[in-house]
Design a protein around this ligand. Structure first.
Ligand code: FMN
Length: 225
């Protein structure tokens, strides 16, 4: 798998480790969560495109509950606050990325004030779309639940009514060799997923759907009744 960096200056090659059961778009196939990030900054047009992709995400009642606090290395106070709020295991690699983002979700519906049960779901979708846009731009996103939301709230003066949900790093993927040994091994480990037949059902809970006919022979025979 090859990641193109800005202006095709460098290609960062990582092993082709994706074992898909059906064809998927290359933007999705290329998406992954690296820990090795280049320090190359993200230009402002690309940065705006990322959040534009998130903005056009669907949401319950079109509430658009997502908010983002974005920091590049130019925003040293906010960048440091985000780094400080990360768990140590994430801080070690994420601090090198050129951009960190805190993603937040609105807790109640604006119109009714009632609890917004799908706000995290909606935020997650917007970050997913942002990640695909990143993939299209040769960038990568690595999301991190491993952060202290209370600390982030305090350091960044987050108002009531918004919940810090995730921090993510964005940047150009770099060679795994730039990582310390333990992280490099994780970066190069084969990626794995549950099988489609364990996830998609039709007739009965837990029984592989007959709709899923994969290109390899991993799927058990569909039921004939
Ligand atoms: C909600 C969420 C929380 C995550 N938290 C962390 C984290 O704290 N640290 C980390 O290194 N990766 C984290 N990840 C990244 C996942 O580990 C990663 O997406 C998963 O292993 C699949 O790898 P891939 O994204 O390269 O396909 C998180 C991802 C999500 C969506």
């Amino acid at each position: 798998m090859t990641f193109q960096t800005e202006d095709n200056k460098t290609d960062v090659v990582v092993p082709a480790r994706l074992n898909t059961q059906a064809p998927i778009h290359e933007l999705l196939a290329n998406r992954r969560s690296p820990r090795a990030f280049s320090e190359q900054p993200i230009d402002s047009e690309k940065l705006a495109s990322l959040f534009e992709a998130a903005r056009w995400s669907p949401s319950s009642a079109n509430e658009q509950p997502w908010r983002f606090i974005v920091a590049t290395k130019d925003d040293s106070r906010v960048f440091s606050a985000l780094v400080e709020s990360l768990m140590e295991g994430n801080r070690r690699w994420a601090a090198r990325a050129p951009m960190l983002v805190l993603a937040l979700a609105q807790s109640t519906y604006t119109k009714t004030g009632t609890p917004y049960q799908h706000s995290w779901y909606d935020l997650g979708q917007s970050v997913a779309l942002l990640s695909v846009q990143a993939s299209a731009l040769g960038l990568a996103v690595h999301q991190m639940g491993g952060f202290d939301a209370d600390k982030a709230r305090q350091l960044l003066s987050i108002p009531e009514g918004f919940e810090p949900v995730i921090v993510f790093a964005v940047g150009y993927p770099d060679q795994p060799a730039t990582l310390p040994d333990d992280l490099r091994k994780r970066e190069q480990a084969p990626r794995s997923r549950k099988l489609l037949q364990d996830l998609v059902y039709t007739e009965e809970w837990g029984k592989p759907s007959y709709h899923i006919r994969t290109q390899n022979s991993l799927l058990t025979q569909p039921s004939t009744n």
